[in-house]
Design a protein around this ligand. Structure first.
Ligand SMILES: C[S@@+](CC[C@H](N)C(=O)[O-])C[C@H]1O[C@@H](n2cnc3c(N)ncnc32)[C@H](O)[C@@H]1O
Length: 277
């Protein structure tokens, strides 16, 4: 007998933080409903969370792929622990697993540059001040891509640029002199000072958050108002809060009941309660 799959109706997953294991929760969703997901998984046992959790990397990759629309994006913030002078390479393994076995394509790998403190090992290693933002794409091209919100000031704004271009055959070509624009497109290194610039006490109750602005930037670039933004590791709810404030709908999932309630608290206190019709 073929088991009939039970899928949630919209009211059960839209604008909700659901308590449970992300693979199980996602498997209850219909296909192709998520526009963008922005999340940071626990990796290498770097932090103690207050719950038992298991990570099914391939299962999550496949369920997130099934539930994401064509042209949708999954942006994963992840780093690597160091043990005995060697990096774990968890981030790279995860990326290869998702691209080789789950259907995702790698749109871009950006660097989240953060403040890194010198540790006890400071005289034997570099000070680690980055994590990766692995930007996975479903299908041929992103549904939305608006980098106008990610512009940065040009160092040489207003000056006249007249350089040379290097050609594929090794030769050079003179470029028409032109004025350098005031703003330029951000590159692949995204600097954020700390994860909690505002000293948000509710957010601080979670041990491993990412910056509000990081979520806001990804949401602004890869989605439009009304889209459904998911975070399958929602923690303190950063992605969901920023999604709601940007007029998007949200879906958070966390295995810890305590973090679900922190996220709901933030959604009440930190959003403009702007409902999308
Ligand atoms: C790095 S934190 C995410 C923090 C979040 N980005 C923020 O800014 O608050 C990872 C979260 O994943 C949750 N988690 C771990 N395994 C999970 C699973 N299998 N399903 C759902 N949530 C899980 C943990 O409880 C933890 O809150």
């Amino acid at each position: 007998m073929i088991r009939e799959e039970v899928r949630f109706g919209e009211a059960e997953y839209v604008d909700q933080i659901l308590h449970g294991d992300n693979v199980q929760v996602l498997s209850s969703l219909p296909s192709e409903v998520i526009d963008l997901s922005v999340f940071s998984p626990p990796y290498d046992g770097i932090r103690d969370y207050n719950s038992d959790w298991a990570l099914d990397v391939i299962g999550l990759g496949r369920e997130l792929y099934r539930t994401t629309k064509d042209g949708g994006i999954a942006a994963m913030v992840i780093g690597d622990a160091t043990k005995d002078f060697a990096k774990s390479l968890t981030s790279f393994r995860w990326a290869l697993d998702w691209c080789d076995h789950c259907g995702w394509r790698m749109f871009e790998t950006c660097i989240y540059q953060r403040a890194g403190n010198p540790g006890a090992w400071w005289n034997r290693r570099f000070r680690v001040d980055h994590e990766y933002i692995m930007i996975f794409l479903k299908g041929g091209r992103p549904r939305h891509f608006d980098k106008s919100k990610l512009m940065i000031p040009s160092k040489h704004a207003g000056k006249i640029y007249s350089g040379t271009d290097r050609l594929t055959n090794g030769g050079t070509r003179q470029i028409e002199p032109k004025e350098v624009n005031a703003m330029k497109c951000r590159g692949t290194v995204w600097p954020y000072s700390t994860s909690n610039t505002e000293g948000n006490r509710t957010k601080l109750r979670h041990p491993a958050t990412f910056p509000d602005k990081l979520a806001e930037d990804l949401i602004g670039c890869f989605s439009e108002p009304g889209d459904l933004i998911a975070d399958p590791f929602s923690g303190s709810g950063t992605t969901c809060v920023m999604a709601r404030n940007a007029g998007r709908r949200y879906l958070g999932i966390d295995v810890s009941a305590e973090y679900v309630s922190i996220a709901n608290e933030r959604l009440v206190n930190e959003t403009q309660l702007r409902m999308v019709q």
